[in-house]
Every structure is written in C-alpha cells, then in structure tokens.
Write a protein of this length. Sequence first.
Length: 284
Amino acid sequence: MTPADAQNADPQLARWRRFRTNRDAALATEYGWLTLTSFQWLADEASALELVPGLWWTDGTTAFLTAAASDGLTLVETGEPVDGTISAGLADEESLIWVQFGGDDGKRVRVELAMRGGKYAIRTRDSRSPVFTGFGGVPTFGYRPDLVVEARFEPYPEPVDVPIGTANPLVDGVHRSVGELVFRLPGSNPEYRLQAEEEKLGALTVTFHDETNGDSTDEWRKVSTARPRPDGKVVLDFNRAINYPSAFTPYGTCPMPVKNNSLDYRIEAGERVPDGAPEDAAGN
C-alpha cells in the first residue's frame, strides 16, 4: 500500500478532507464574507456614504434610505426600484440584505443593513471583491490525529452571559456560556477548561486563543463539537478549528474569546492565517 493509499484508507482523515472541502465551498458562496468591502455607521441625519448611492440615516430605532430611480438601487427581495424613501427596523445582532446595485444586471453589490451594539450600520458585499475572486481555499496545518482529544462537558446549572469584546472596538458582545469543556493536550500535564456556547441540536462551540496566534494563526479561532454523550464525553477535534470572518475581512464584528479561554500551548492544527488577511480588523 502506498502512503497515499494509506491516507485515503484512514476514515478520520477522509472525514477531515470532506470537512475542508465543504468549508472552502461555504466561504466561496456569492455575497458571502469574502465579498465585504465596507462597514459604515449610520448618522442621525441624511448623509452620503462611501461605495453606495443614496442618502442614509437613522432615528435610533429605524434605518432610512432615500434614493432616486436613476441611482439604480433595487430591493433585493422584490427587485423593485428604490425611488423615494424606504425604511427598515432590526433588533440587535440582526441583519438584512436590503438593496442592490451595479454591474450589467444591477446586482453586483448588495448592501446589508445591520444592527450592532444598538446602532445601525451598513456593509457592502461586492461580487467582484478581490478577496472573493482570488480565493483559493484557506491555508491549514497538516492533519494532526494527536490533536483529536476526548473532552468532558461540565454544564452550568444555568447559562451565564459574559460580556466580551469583538473584532470591532466600537461593538461589545455577549458570550452565553453553557458550561466548560475539560481536557488534556498531548505532552501537557495541565487540565484545560474552555467555556462553551450551545449551538443547534445541542452542539458546542468554543472560541479560544493559543500560542500560535499572531504568527501562524489569526488572533483567535473557534472549534465546534457534536452534542455531548449522556456521560458528558465529547470529541474535541482541533483539526476543525476555523477562522472567524474577521480573519478574512476588516469589516466583521466577530466575538472574541471569553477571559481565560486561552491555551498555553501551540495548537498547530486547523486553519492558519488566510492569504491576504487584513492587517487591522476594524470590525459578523
């Protein structure tokens, strides 16, 4: 059996390769995170913004846009031209892909309305963004079977909301901690504990720092697990550690890890710093 055949015969490695294929495909979707080209707050008076036609503003509870038909803006949902003033309201952390313009079909750029930190902002998503058109997959470390570890989930009696920072210094976030994942890493004696959030169907996600951050990896990453078994055991596979959108674009508001979700260990597994990563994340 050749080395290549041996690798293909490893079901764990084969599953990871499928995971990587699906991950890169998800990032390369049209108008996804790789197409972000701006993040701009709305003022309390009608104002022109960069990269978009029309005048934009908010009264604090509702966002408004005034444009003429000649501006070429249309509603994403219906395709109806914007001619006059339209409005929309969102709850905090909600987003709306609201209007579009540009290109031969009038859909090159889509404008996302977002409420972050109790304030309205817009983000432009350009289907010709160089980050998107030049994307060839996220660089990763080689597969590390030793960094697939068994962890024990210790749930809290009730979820705890922990204030956190985000990739945008003007936006605060909240981490709803549901418990801790407890585990050991190869060649290391300490028992580590990471606070986890609950996702769909009881899956868990942990956002963490480690000692590769800032050189071979972004400032923080996250990794998800399946729902813990009845005995609390769960597999924590650091080969599936992925970057937040803010690793690819300076226009995200991605959550930072909670305090103490840091490993004094080099997790040389999972995603590395993306090619062409932003030097300074200004701001999901």
